[in-house]
Design a protein around this ligand. Structure first.
Ligand SMILES: *Cc1c(COP(=O)(O)O)cnc(C)c1O
Ligand SMILES: [Zn+2]
Length: 422
């Protein structure tokens, strides 16, 4: 049976059969999966999707996996929530949150890309898989490899958050800490993948991996009642996610599932690692690599593989990119938690702080339907909030002690005494 997808060079257009390959041998540009949209048309109707599983696999017909693929992990299909309290704080009127802080199985959007990458690792016959990771990818590869019975080698920068290290090791993965930053780790992974013939999800399987990000875009459109938003705000590390949300919207338009519309794309980075945001702001068509220095470690890629493409998507769509300081990231984490009950990791702090600034600077109009993409869970980066909250001394389990306690808190003093009890 003919495959309904193949690899294609992004620059010269050369076509390749499906293989663990990520770079064009003619021009050294990145390869991308091209799905046969005509073939997908029959399998990809609103009705068939609605009858599918409540996971990202409801979009299987537009993902590069074999027709008869039987997924082991129900990742994705996360909530799209209105955010009225946050909106009020930042001057928005129609703000929504795509909440991948609760993406299963490992609480970040990386579960989506790994699900597609490992499906292909199996097709290509790899028994050992791995990745270079800033943290969330490590967790997702370790968990899903365990479930599929694959061996995994995970390479990370040595200074990763403790929770992200533990959340890799618990699945029995081999975790290799590298004395260097993500870009060093990634270069080493390319060499290992060649030497040992292992399937590295974001190296030799990268074109397949990247397609998993499309499901964020498919879900946003379906959850809005099959329409596209005016704007999306997306955090950027390697720059892949933002380009694939755009690809998802284009595919839905091509299939006639949503009305054509120009969605504006806004990119979010931390100032301590902002090569894509800098390129967008300066109008440059090249990415100047940076040495990362930020608490948003999941976004700390100084030389982003898809940086150029991300910058183009943003510029061509009429969007913009912003970067925010570590202090702003921490307050944005708190603000999102206090207003909407969503505890996100540092990357979500970046997205939330950038979203607020885009409204403040008039880059996003208050009435626009805007989706802010929260991509990871705060329980993985609790060290970012170290010292933010005081632990008070314990009190005895007596009402009088509680009343004394309230009295000592000046803010709450007016609550004490019979007159305030309604
Ligand atoms: C990896 C990651 C991103 C960015 O993904 P890219 O596709 O590399 O730009 C965003 N948020 C979180 C939490 C991530 O782990
Ligand atoms: Zn090429």
């Amino acid at each position: 049976m003919a495959a309904a997808y193949e690899l294609r060079c992004r620059e010269c257009g050369k076509r390749y059969d499906n293989a663990p390959l990520s770079i064009c041998e003619e021009c050294f540009s990145p390869l991308e999966v091209q799905c046969d949209l005509d073939a997908a048309k029959r399998a990809f109707t609103r009705e068939k999707i609605a009858a599918g599983p409540t996971s990202m696999w409801r979009y299987q017909a537009l993902l590069p996996v074999p027709d008869d693929y039987n997924p082991a992990t129900p990742a994705g299909w996360t909530p799209l929530l209105r955010a009225p309290r946050l909106a009020e704080r930042i001057g928005a009127k129609n703000l929504w949150i795509k909440n991948d802080a609760v993406c299963l199985p490992t609480l970040s959007f990386k579960d989506r890309v790994v699900a597609v990458a490992l499906a292909n690792a199996q097709t290509f016959g790899f028994h050992t898989v791995g990745c270079s990771s800033t943290g969330n990818l490590a967790n997702a590869v370790a968990a899903q490899a365990a479930r599929l019975g694959l061996k995994s080698y995970i390479l990370v920068p040595a200074d990763l958050e403790p929770a992200k290290i533990l959340n890799t090791q618990v699945y029995g993965a081999t975790l290799v800490r590298i004395d260097g930053n993500y870009d060093h780790v990634n270069r080493l992974c390319s060499q290992i993948a060649d030497r040992y013939n292992w399937g590295f999800v974001n190296v030799n399987l990268r074109p397949y991996y990247a397609e998993g990000s499309k499901t964020v875009g498919f879900e946003i459109a379906e959850q809005l009642g099959w329409r596209l938003p005016d704007n999306v705000v997306v955090p950027m590390a390697g720059g892949s996610l933002i380009t694939k949300i755009r690809k998802a919207f284009k595919e839905l338009i091509a299939l006639g599932l949503v009305e054509e519309k120009e969605v504006r794309f806004f990119g979010a980075q931390a100032t301590g690692c902002s090569p894509i945001a800098v390129a967008v702001k300066s109008g440059a068509d090249t990415i100047e690599p940076q040495r990362p220095r930020t608490i948003a470690r999941s976004l700390a890629i100084g030389n982003p593989a898809d940086g150029i493409y991300a910058a183009r998507v943003i510029r061509d769509s009429g969007g913009w990119a912003e970067d925010v300081s570590d202090v702003e990231i921490v307050s944005a984490i708190q603000e999102l938690a206090e207003t909407e009950g969503i505890f996100t990791e540092t990357a979500g702090g970046v997205t939330t702080a950038v979203t607020a600034r885009l409204y403040a600077h008039g880059r996003i109009k208050p009435e626009d339907l805007t989706v802010s993409c929260i991509t990871g869970n705060g329980l993985k980066t609790t060290d970012a909030l170290q010292g933010a909250y005081e632990q008070e001394a314990a009190i005895r389990p007596r009402l009088s002690d509680f009343e004394n306690y309230l009295e000592e808190r000046s803010d709450d003093r007016e609550l004490v005494g019979g007159s305030s009890v309604r």
